[in-house]
Design a protein around this ligand. Structure first.
Ligand SMILES: C[C@](O)(CO)[C@H](O)COP(=O)(O)OP(=O)(O)OC[C@H]1O[C@@H](n2ccc(N)nc2=O)[C@H](O)[C@@H]1O
Ligand SMILES: Nc1ncnc2c1ncn2[C@@H]1O[C@H](COP(=O)(O)OP(=O)(O)OP(=O)(O)O)[C@@H](O)[C@H]1O
Length: 257
């Protein structure tokens, strides 16, 4: 039987700076990097079941699953409903949730890429990105399948960044970081926005050079607000370790060590 399965990688944010407000959202300037040694596996499995079926160990009901949201956005495309009438979607989860590692976002993007292929939708990456932005800010990055990318806007502008593959370790404290709460505290107590000059400088620097220059607080604008909400994060803040997204994960880049 044709093996229909793909790796759904985690991501870390080498740096994450806020560049502006957009209504009650925030525009970002960030380097996203895929973590090659941490991924979920998304598979399409032939079954006789009727209707959309997602198999996996999730902390949410099906209707809240990012993959279900992605399916609902493409169900009216030709072939899609028929295909998923007799194929279940199985997700082997390894990426921890609420971790700042983009687990749910990565699954949704990987599902869109696979559905595009196996349902012969012939959508371009940019067309897939138009669907992805409706699911969450981190989904477009995963749609393009770049190892490193500069991500701006509210995650919808993704530009490939050429650099060596980074060897990344992550640790994820058992602290459920609420992204919305962290952005709220950032806006109320820690608000600042990066200048155009500083943005352009960072967007053209290699990730390893940025991490030589920046400490954990300077690299990620969300770290201090997260720390003010979840003080236990302090216990994990060690030399050469940085904070990913809205947490709770910390990461270390091992190249050239
Ligand atoms: C922090 C990052 O993970 C960086 O990679 C992303 O920007 C998070 O984006 P996301 O997954 O779409 O975030 P969600 O968990 O859906 O957003 C929860 C809440 O966080 C706030 N939020 C999120 C993203 C963003 N750019 N600005 C925000 O202000 C909004 O109040 C939103 O309702
Ligand atoms: N496919 C999925 N895998 C994991 N969690 C999911 C999925 N779909 C929805 N969720 C729910 O989304 C919420 C956040 O999950 P997760 O943290 O993996 O997503 P994310 O927003 O992409 O990552 P990040 O932690 O970087 O914000 C959790 O409540 C989780 O239950």
């Amino acid at each position: 039987m044709l093996e229909m399965c793909e790796k759904s990688y985690a991501k870390v944010n080498i740096f994450l700076k806020i560049s502006d407000k957009r209504d009650n959202y925030h525009e970002l300037v960030s380097r996203f990097v895929r973590v090659h040694n941490l991924y979920d596996i998304v598979s399409f499995i032939k079954t006789s079941r009727r209707g959309i079926n997602i198999i996996g160990d999730f902390g949410c009901k099906m209707e809240s699953n990012t993959v279900y949201k992605a399916y609902k956005l493409i169900e009216d495309y030709e072939n899609v409903k028929d295909f998923f009438e007799n194929h279940s979607i199985k997700i082997e989860k390894n990426i921890p949730e609420f971790a700042g590692l983009g687990g749910g976002s990565s699954n949704a993007a990987t599902f869109l890429i696979m559905a595009n292929k196996y349902c012969n939708l012939n959508l371009s990456k940019d067309e897939l990105c138009e669907i992805a932005v409706k699911i969450g800010a981190d989904v477009p990055f995963f749609v393009y399948e770049y190892d490193s990318a500069n991500v701006t806007g509210i995650g919808e502008i993704v530009k490939k960044f050429d650099e060596e593959i980074l060897n990344i370790d992550t640790i994820t404290p058992k602290i459920k970081c609420n992204t919305g709460e962290i952005f709220k505290i950032f806006r109320e107590k820690f608000y600042k926005q990066i200048s155009k000059e500083e943005s352009n400088k960072l967007l053209n620097m290699k990730s390893l050079d940025i991490l030589k220059e920046f400490d954990i607080k300077k690299a990620n604008d969300l770290y201090e607000p997260a720390l003010s909400l979840y003080s236990d994060l302090e216990d994990y803040s060690k030399k050469d370790w940085y904070f990913s997204g809205s947490g709770s994960s910390f990461f270390k880049v091992n190249n050239g060590k």
